[in-house]
Structures are given as C-alpha cells and as structure tokens.
Design a protein around this ligand. Structure first.
Ligand code: NAD
Ligand code: LMR
Length: 445
C-alpha cells in the first residue's frame, strides 16, 4: 500500500456490468482505496438508471468515496487515475444487426466473431481513440483498462494510431474458462491455477495448466474431462448460466479434438465449426435477444427496485462476478506494482516466437506500475499459426479500412475470414452492413 486514494472513471457507465463492478470496488477498499468514482456515458438516460441506483449503493456502503455521473468528457476525465473502458458503440441495437445480418447469408452471427465482430470493431475504433485523447488531455498520468470489444481490432488500432497511449486491452473469457478448469479439478477458483496460454483474442490455446501451489500438471486430468464435457461444469456452478453459454461450453469437447495437445479457448468453435453454429442458430433470436430477456432485464430491473426502495440492501450483486473481480485484480496490480500475471492483448514482439512482432496477440503478461511486460510463450503449433495468421490479417484489414476509408479493405477482411465461405457472400454482408453502420463507420469508398 502507498497511502494513496484513487479516482476511477467508468466509460460506459450505463453498461450492464457497471453495478457488479462497483460492488466489487467497494468490497476491495482495503486492497484498493478510492476517493472518487465517476461514470461517463454518451447516453444520459441509460446511464441515469444505473447512476441513481449506484448513488444509493455508495451512500450506504462507501460514503467516503465521492460519486457522480456525467456525459461531459472534461468533467469525466479530469482528475482520474484509472479509466475503465466498457462501452458498446451502437448498443444492443447494433449488436443485434451484427449477429443477424451474417445469419441471413448463412454466416455465423456472433458479437466478436466473423463479419459481426469486424463490424463492431470498426464502430469501436473512433470512440476508443477519442476516449484515449480525452484521458491524455485531462489526466495524462492515468491508465485505461479497456475491455470494450472487439478487443483485437481495438488493440491493433491503438498500436497503430496511439502507440504511446497508456491503455491495456484485456478480456475475461480465458479467465472464465480457467475458473471452469479450476472447478473441474476441485480447486476454488482460477486464482489457484498457473498457466501458459497463447493466441489472439477469443482465439487461443492453453499449453500448460498447473496447480499454482503444488505445481501439479493438471492437463491430463483436464483433457480426460474436456474430451467428453468441454468446460461445462454443471450443478451449482452453472445454475445461472444462460442456455447459449451451456451449448458453448459443451461444444469445447469437439474443439479440443482438433488439437489434443492443447486446451482451446471456447470461442474456437466459431472458426472450427461455422456450419454447425449456423445450423444451430435462430436468425430471429440471437444472443442479443437472450441478453435483453435476461441480463439487461435483471440489471435494469434491480436498479429500478433499488431506487424505488431507497436502499440497496440484499442486492443481486452482493455475490461477486468473475468479470468485475478480475478487473479489480488488474487495477490493483498496476496501482501497487505487484507484477502479477494476467492476460493482455498487445503487440507480439517475440512473445509467440513464430509470429510477427507487430501481430496483436493475447498472451500472459506481468502487470505493474509501468503497464505490462508480455511473457515469452514459445512457439505456436503449425495449425494454430495458420489460423492466427488468417484471423489477425482480417483484424489488420479492418484497421486499414478505418484509416484509409477503404471499402476494398473491409471487403477483403470479410472475404478472408474463416467464417465466410466466399467473396460474393462477404460482399452481400458488407453491403447490408454499410447503411446501418453509417452513424459510426467512416464512409467506405
Ligand atoms: P451495454 O450496452 O450494456 O453498455 C455499454 C454502454 O456504453 C451503454 O450505456 C452505451 O450508452 C455506452 N456507450 C456507447 N458508446 C459510447 C461512447 N462512445 N462513449 C461513452 N459511452 C458509450 O454493454 P455491455 O454488454 O455491458 O458491454 C460493455 C462492453 O464490454 C462491450 O464492449 C462488451 O463487448 C464488453 N465486454 C467485454 C468483456 C471482456 O472481458 N473483454 C466481457 C463482457 C463484455
Ligand atoms: C458479453 O456481452 O457478455 C460478451 O462480451 C460475451 C457475449 O457473447 O455475450
């Protein structure tokens, strides 16, 4: 501890993840003491619903922390130590289109994968760059921890357009998978696991999984389980897991068989089995609809209940969420220079020995006051390298399309993607996406 009290702003204050994150911040006051918490969003009405409930939570549980919410960038980004990036440009309306337009043409419809993921990435680039610029102007010493998707594309844009920015792009999906591995092995949580992992975002593999305390190699036990059940744990562990996630975690059993030497990130199924994903999707009811019916309803319903009751006693976030806990762990590591090991999306620079230095990769890194130090993970297998080269080229082409306002580059990005069967399909999807993305994308010529 250094005696300092921190000031944090959540960009995307109206995010469904915000209240859970706030509760975890409050619980961590002995570990990460704060003096100020702010929310920033460009949708005042949406943010107000969360902001008013959080006001009550803060008054009851952490009155020593000054709390406010705003849509004014100067007010939001002045006097902060950490910016949390949790924005969704175009909100769920656009996510729905990211998922449904490709499905119309028999192509995978998923938030961060395939054409939908690339469309989302192109929307996020200007908004994240703008937030970086505000942070640099109003709080030049602050760090931004960004988990706004599509992370791989956002990270590539940062590498090219703001190479010196103090931004760390993270994702909690591997943490979720590792927490499941811990449960499968009878350990308490992912904190009990040591690992070697490499890949791209939502596109990676574990080479090694060990019991952190004893050093026991857990791979044999995990492989035996995963080949039949994937990362599905079931029972109490999965009592709140939504149906589409159940299918996702179970499908890992098939992903695993593509390379029994490693354990896959659960997102590999969208690239290994795109036809299966399409065959099992309902083009009228995608994950967006599931979230609208489940997470959004629960979060906004609970905020309304708290505001009406005037108290946050027994709220649903009193049980920690993995996502917010992980983010608190990360800020703590930077604030106190702990050099703990987490995963980061960053330029490769040798971390995967047979990938280009300027590839954006997802690898273990030590987190401290100076940001991240990516770790060497060794060599990627031939199969994995081939997959990564293709996928990261798509991600780079999206950033080219942004920089050059190029229709051609975006078309190439779609056509190259493993989820898209041919260039004429890529063109149809892109041509449908352009008008609906007009408020967010540069004009592609
Ligand atoms: P959400 O739609 O519930 O909330 C996002 C908020 O961002 C909304 O309130 C919206 O008004 C706001 N917003 C949009 N554009 C903005 C801008 N330019 N400036 C300020 N605010 C803006 O979204 P969610 O489901 O809570 O997800 C938030 C983000 O976190 C998404 O990018 C999602 O993909 C990402 N996510 C990441 C991980 C991870 O670990 N990487 C996990 C889950 C979600
Ligand atoms: C989320 O919003 O939870 C995502 O980032 C992951 C998903 O597919 O829903």
């Amino acid at each position: 501890m250094n005696g300092k009290k921190y000031s944090v702003v959540i960009a995307g204050g109206g995010s469904t993840f915000t209240p859970g994150f706030v509760l975890d911040l409050i619980k961590s006051q002995d570990k990460f003491p704060m003096r100020q918490l702010k929310f920033y969003d460009n949708d005042a009405e949406r943010q107000k619903k969360i902001g008013e409930a959080v006001k009550i939570i803060m008054k009851e549980r952490a009155p020593q922390i000054k709390f406010s919410y705003t849509t004014d960038p100067k007010e939001a980004f002045t006097d902060v130590d950490f910016v949390m990036g949790s924005i969704r440009v175009g909100k769920y309306h656009m996510r729905s289109l990211d998922e449904k337009i490709p499905l119309k043409y028999g192509v995978n419809g998923q938030e961060t994968t395939g054409p939908g993921g690339m469309a989302y990435g192109l929307r996020s680039i200007p908004a994240i760059i703008q937030i970086i610029d505000w942070m640099q102007e109003y709080s030049p010493n602050a760090w931004m921890i960004n988990y706004s998707n599509t992370i791989a594309i956002v990270a590539e844009a940062c590498r090219r357009l703001r190479p010196n920015a103090k931004i760390i792009n993270i994702c909690d999906m591997p943490i979720d998978d590792m927490d499941r591995m811990a449960a499968i092995c009878g350990l308490d949580s992912w904190h009990d696991i040591d690992f070697n992992y490499y890949g791209l975002n939502h596109f990676g593999w574990w080479k090694e999984v060990r019991n952190k305390k004893t050093g026991e190699d857990l791979m044999p036990k995990l492989k035996e389980y995963v080949k039949d059940h994937g990362y599905w744990v079931g029972g109490d562990y999965d009592k709140d897991t939504e149906p589409s996630w159940e299918a996702t975690f179970k499908k890992v059993a098939d992903d695993y068989k593509m390379d029994p030497e490693t354990l896959p990130n659960n997102y590999m199924q969208y690239y290994y089995f795109p036809q299966y994903e399409v065959a099992n999707a309902d083009p009228k009811h995608t994950r967006t609809d599931e979230i609208r019916e489940h997470r959004q309803k629960i979060v906004f319903g609970e905020c309304e209940r708290i505001v009406k009751a005037g108290t946050a006693k027994n709220n649903i976030w009193d049980i920690s969420g993995l996502h917010s806990e992980y983010i608190v762990d990360i800020i703590h590591a930077i604030a106190y220079n702990t050099h703990e090991k987490f995963l980061a999306n960053c330029p490769n620079n040798g971390a995967i020995s047979n990938m280009d230095p300027d590839s954006i990769v997802e690898v273990p890194a030590l987190f401290g006051a100076d940001g991240i130090q990516p770790m060497a993970t060794g060599k990627a297998g031939r199969f994995q390298r081939g997959l990564m080269m293709e996928q990261q080229t798509c991600e780079k082409l999206v950033v080219d399309a942004y920089v050059e306002h190029s229709y051609q580059k975006m078309l190439q990005a779609f056509a190259l993607n493993k989820t898209v069967p041919d260039a004429s399909v890529a063109k149809k999807i892109l041509d449908d996406m352009i008008p609906v993305n007009a408020p967010y994308w540069p004009e592609l010529k």
